[in-house]
Design a protein around this ligand. Structure first.
Ligand code: FAD
Length: 529
């Protein structure tokens, strides 16, 4: 048995990678050790650029059930401090409140539609590499077998066996001091504030919904997701944390809430069908793999990085890893990848994980107990009255502050290296949003010149690069200064990052040369004339 790519792990990031590879013409095999999805509730939703990315792959409507495009959130939190996002002209923080089992179900459905083979109940137990292949040892329902693959991608989560077998280290820190408890539970109707949906807790005061609420003794969250039993969570810093993660009783949860709020919230058993969450997490890891690639083995998602779940950045990071890697690995397998393309996966995505580690650790520091932390929070609150600081944090949490190196020089167009903004285009048949043109995950030249004069430059890459000629309906805003940039042409990679852009109404020979250089740099040599 053999495959071009074997993906170990059918979690969200492995499934997303499988979809991206399939769109790029490579059929991977996914090996997943669980015989069926167990519906474990981890992520309660998606935060940041990934929400718009899923729309660009046609998956937002399936996940949200809405035909309307995603909208940015008016408020969010950073380290349990409210972020007033309504003050931003260009708010990048999009939220999609869909639980992880639903995200996985939609990604699995899409992968199967695209022809991906998902083998459930197949666990990898060993691997070895040669120059031209990886051999993976698998324990399946019918016994052990071996399989050859051109490449093996470990999407097998934080404890990744793939990473260990490939000899890739996982340096970082383990913090044992925190205990986080999460349950599905009811609260008395009389405590629910009809105006905010939050809680009015006698003896404590108002607690807004969904936002982390810090006291000097810990953190409390009340999350009444529509149509679902509310989630109630606490985080504490006990002097003697339990050594193991024992089953959590509702009484234990009530006691934890009492310690954090210094007031009682009479939590009740959830009604209706489960599964209902009762989880204790002791401590936490913050780690990044010391390399994302070892010859023919690559890592994606939690296999490559783990961090606190505060602010919900995990899938924004992991799913965008998968989208960055998919087209590059497919190009390698299909034989048109330029030198170094596959290694640019780590060059581009490691800084993304380093930023997530930085901001989750910063947030963990801001929610810790103690008078010094309370003082730091007062200072931070003053900073957050300034729109520029809110923009900075929102961009960081959205993953929208990344600018990839595209080799275009310091005076390059401000959009080069950035994720493409939501362009509204007129292609002659009415208005079209960019999100409607990127579902196939192919490289795309958007020619906005009056004379449609750029399209011809792509002729040598026509087998790999699509062209759209259009007129821009709205000016394009480019961060960080919020100014509008003139744009007459854009070259998008499949991950929607901009490899080249022009501002000249009549692009000259330098512009054209720049476009051809970008085409070769990212999409390989042109076809022979
Ligand atoms: C409490 C909690 C709350 C979270 N909240 C959020 C949130 O709100 N928003 C957010 O974006 N993220 C959140 N996250 C993070 C998010 O859940 C993870 O980032 C995400 O699950 C990682 O996906 P993955 O596909 O990389 O790995 P996983 O989801 O861990 O999937 C790995 C898969 O690999 C399989 N596997 C493992 N070993 C093998 C093997 N040897 N052979 C075959 N298969 C194997 C496993 O069975 C599993 O299905 C949260 C995490 C936690 C723990």
């Amino acid at each position: 048995m053999s495959a071009d790519v074997v993906i170990v792990g059918g979690g969200p990031n492995g499934l997303m990678l499988a979809c991206e590879l399939s769109l790029a013409g490579v059929r991977p095999v996914v090996l997943e050790r669980l015989p069926e999805r167990i519906g474990e509730i981890r992520a309660n939703g998606l935060v940041g650029q990934v929400v718009r990315l899923l729309e660009r792959r046609g998956l937002y409507e399936r996940l949200s059930g809405s035909k309307e495009p995603p909208q940015p959130a008016p408020v969010y939190v950073f380290g349990a401090l409210p972020l007033d996002l309504s003050m931003l002209e260009d708010n990048p923080l999009y939220l999609l409140g869909v639980p992880q089992p639903r995200i996985e179900a939609v990604l699995e459905e899409r992968a199967l539609e695209l022809g991906v083979e998902i083998r459930r109940g197949h666990e990898i137990t060993g691997l070895s590499q040669r120059d031209d292949a990886v051999t993976v040892e698998v324990m399946g329902p019918a016994g052990a077998y071996r399989m050859d693959a051109g490449y093996l991608v470990g999407a097998d989560g934080g404890g990744s066996l793939t990473r260990k077998l490939a000899g890739i280290g996982f340096p970082g820190v383990t913090r044992d001091g925190t205990v986080s408890r999460t349950v599905h539970a009811t609260v008395p109707e009389s405590m629910v504030d009809p105006a905010t949906g939050g809680l009015n807790v006698p003896g404590h005061g108002h607690i807004p919904p969904f936002l982390h609420h810090r006291t000097e003794r810990g953190l409390f969250v009340y999350a009444p997701f529509p149509g679902r039993t509310p989630l109630v969570a606490t985080t504490e810093w006990p002097s003697d944390p339990p050594g193991d993660e024992r089953p959590l009783s509702l009484d234990e949860m009530r006691a934890s809430v009492r310690r954090v709020l210094d007031a009682d919230v009479p939590l009740g058993e959830p009604a209706g069908d489960g599964p209902f969450l009762r989880r204790t997490l002791v401590g936490g890891n913050t780690r990044i793999a010391d390399r994302y690639r070892e010859r023919r083995v690559l890592l994606v998602g939690d296999a490559a990085h783990v961090h606190s779940a505060i602010g919900g950045p995990g899938l924004n990071l992991g799913l965008q890893d998968a989208v960055n890697l998919g087209w590059k690995l497919a190009a390698e397998i299909r034989g048109w990848a330029p030198l170094g393309l596959l290694d640019s996966y780590e060059t581009e995505r490691r800084p993304a994980s380093e930023r997530v580690v930085m901001h989750t650790q910063s947030q963990s520091a801001l929610i810790a107990p103690g008078a010094e932390v309370t003082a730091l929070r007062v200072l931070f609150t003053e900073f957050l009255a300034d729109r520029r600081n809110v923009q900075h944090i929102a961009d960081m949490m959205a993953g929208a502050d990344l600018r990839y190196e595209m080799g275009a020089g310091d005076d390059a167009h401000p959009l080069i290296g950035r994720w493409a903004p939501d362009l509204l285009l007129d292609t002659g048949t009415g208005p079209v949003r960019l999100a409607g043109l990127t579902g196939e995950a192919r490289p795309l030249l958007v020619d906005l010149t009056e004379q449609e004069s750029l399209a011809g430059e792509v002729s040598g890459w026509r087998d790999r690069v699509d062209v759209v000629t259009a007129r821009l309906q709205d000016p394009v805003t480019t961060r960080p200064d919020g100014s509008a940039a003139s744009v007459t042409g854009l070259l998008l990679r499949p991950d929607c990052y901009i490899a080249w852009a022009s501002a000249s109404p009549r692009p000259g020979s330098d512009d054209r040369e720049g476009l051809r250089t970008a085409l070769s740099r990212w999409f390989g040599a042109p076809l022979a004339a």
